[in-house]
Design a protein around this ligand. Structure first.
Ligand SMILES: [Zn+2]
Length: 198
């Protein structure tokens, strides 16, 4: 039977996305064996995350400053906004370096099943940004899942009648595809070939 300390750490790790109890225990053993080499680096990185990382009040990105590096970069085109579900999607798209504009993170997707409605997502702040800023284009970069597409459709409806061009990532994204699992080439292609909604 494992000690209380090991169970406590394994329990905490098992809460991470994608990590179940089995892989959490394996990770704990891995760390115990490398307590001199890898563990200090991990502790340091975790402390930095706790101390330094903040959420951007404008776009919802996570960075060491607020507004984040993208929102405060004058070279990024504020007239073009790319709307994503999660921060991980923002990072995936930004790695492709093809989108010169700024982002807006919704913080999830509409889901009747999970009880997530429009008021649970950063949709109000998106509409405010579009109204008060000089935004010409909104790129809806939702995942190619049913919920992602429902969310994109809802936002496109809310933007109807506003003087903005609404585009969507091109098909060719695999159905059910989540952006941060896609390789950069596929993402770049989907972004480059984005098409008008409706
Ligand atoms: Zn930002």
């Amino acid at each position: 039977m494992a000690s209380q300390e090991i169970e406590a750490l394994a329990g905490a790790l098992a809460r991470l996305p994608g990590l179940g109890p089995r892989s959490a225990r394996r990770a704990v053993l891995w760390l115990v064996k490398r307590r001199e080499s890898d563990l200090p680096r991990l502790l340091e990185a975790l402390a930095m995350v706790q101390e330094l990382l903040v959420e951007c009040d404008i776009c919802g990105n996570v960075d060491t400053k607020n507004p984040c590096g993208i929102c405060s970069d004058p070279r990024r085109d504020a007239r073009s906004l790319c709307v994503v579900e999660e921060v991980s999607d923002l990072w995936a798209l930004d790695r492709s370096k093809l989108f010169p504009g700024r982002y807006h993170v919704l913080g999830g997707r509409l889901s009747a099943l999970d009880g997530v409605g429009p008021e649970d997502l950063a949709i109000g702040s998106l509409l405010t940004r579009i109204e008060t800023g000089d935004v010409d284009e909104v790129v809806l970069a939702m995942n190619a899942t049913l919920e992602g597409q429902t969310t994109a459709h809802y936002i496109a409806e809310r933007l109807e009648g506003r003087p903005v061009r609404i585009t969507q990532l091109a098909h060719g994204l695999p159905v059910g595809g989540e952006l941060d699992y896609l390789d950069e080439g596929t993402l770049a292609q989907a972004l480059r070939a984005r098409r008008p909604v409706g």
